[in-house]
Design a binder for this molecule. Structure first.
Ligand code: OGA
Ligand code: NI
Length: 366
């Protein structure tokens, strides 16, 4: 247990509040944050409270906008292809984030997925409870705050999780309200993932198939987040600041907003664009690109309005050792990271509080 939590514990204990007991009751309710909101609370429980000043952010300056990349004809016209690769390269170098439009996934598929996720989270508690677990071996789970006993402050969100690859769950394991939509959505996300990994390979100056041949598309996890409206959005976060532990993330967010990226020492809004996906490079891309492509810190604000729904698809596989891609290294560009057993990386990532300070990847610097 870290020292700040111990201190908070003592203060709260002194006031007659037992945080561990509250967390246990919350967890045993298996109803998540939505359950708290449905019960009519007007103040958030102390285990969600972040230190003062964490939440505040300046308005996003007009000149700092996440790039929006149009994928139309990215594979037809050679000039367009070159332009898209150049845009992706610059977005991943400078921001680690960009949005894509004209990516080939229809609005019906995207909206169907959001509605399926809503159907689950707003569905019967008896059904949701069956999925509520912290068993990391399960391919389909519903939880609020996976690391609740470890974090300094819990996130104001609930998550339905699917591990879709390398071996997908049996369709019957998926909740019936979102079964068909999730299977369809997954097929499109795998296709878009491959398209993007090819473009990212080229953006690194490699053969288009390089990242796919290295297995970057082998594993796919999908997290379907539900951020209920929050009575005190200035005292907690929807998702605390973190980097993603993967190669690439494809995020679909609804119209509510709240996602922010840490860039040039400030929090920048990632505005919802209807029909767009938000793409970001994760720690593993930063590792294999030898630091060329950024894995940027990001977070989600809580909000009075809502719920907010988002679906994050993570491409990652941890059954191998990865280091900077040999073709990218030279005397002028020597390796800055070690060869990393990804199992070791992910174990460290899971057990570390990701809010500020040294990131997990920094521990593997040479
Ligand atoms: C994540 C994430 C952002 C969002 O799941 O890693 O950053 O908008 N999600 O929910
Ligand atoms: Ni993330």
């Amino acid at each position: 247990m870290d020292s700040s939590k111990t201190q908070l514990d003592l203060v709260l204990k002194g006031s007659g509040y037992d945080i561990e007991k509250e967390i246990k009751a919350f967890d045993e309710s298996k109803a998540g944050v939505k359950g708290l909101v449905d019960s009519g609370i007007v103040k958030i429980p102390p285990f969600f409270v972040v230190p003062e000043n964490v939440v505040s952010s300046e308005p996003t300056p007009a000149h700092l906008q996440i790039p929006v990349i149009d994928l139309k004809d990215a594979h037809g016209d050679p000039a367009r292809h070159e332009k898209v690769i150049q845009e992706i390269r610059s977005a991943l170098e400078i921001w680690g984030f960009f949005q894509v439009v004209n990516h080939g996934v229809s609005k019906d598929i995207m909206e169907g997925m959001v509605e399926g996720v809503r159907g689950f989270h707003e569905g019967k508690n008896e059904v949701k409870k069956e999925y509520y677990t912290r068993d990391v071996k399960k391919k389909v789970t519903y939880t609020s705050n996976t690391l609740i006993h470890k974090t300094k402050a819990a996130d104001w969100k609930d998550t339905l999780y699917f591990r879709m690859a390398p071996d997908s769950p049996h369709p019957e394991e998926l909740p019936v309200v979102c079964r068909e939509t999730t299977i369809k959505y997954t097929a499109y996300i795998r296709g878009l993932g491959d398209t993007l990994l090819k473009l990212v390979s080229e953006a690194l100056g490699l053969n288009p198939d390089h990242l796919i041949e290295s297995g970057c598309d082998k594993g796919l996890k999908i997290m379907c987040h539900y951020y209920p409206p929050c009575p005190e959005p200035n005292r907690t976060l929807g998702s605390k600041s973190h980097t993603d532990p993967d190669f690439l993330t494809i995020l679909m967010q609804d119209h509510i907003g709240g996602l922010q990226v840490f860039h040039q020492n400030q929090w920048i809004d990632v505005p919802p664009i209807p029909g767009a996906f938000v793409i970001n490079g994760g720690d593993l891309l930063q590792l294999i690109s030898n630091g060329k492509f950024k894995s940027a810190e990001h977070r989600v604000l809580a909000n009075h309005i809502g719920p907010r729904i988002s679906v994050a698809s993570f491409f990652a596989i941890y059954d191998r050792i990865c280091g900077p891609i040999k073709e990218l290294l030279s005397d002028e560009n020597p390796a800055v990271y070690k060869e990393v057993p990804l199992m070791e990386y992910i174990a460290q990532y899971m057990w570390k509080e990701q809010d500020g300070g040294v990131t997990t990847l920094d521990r593997f610097r040479l």
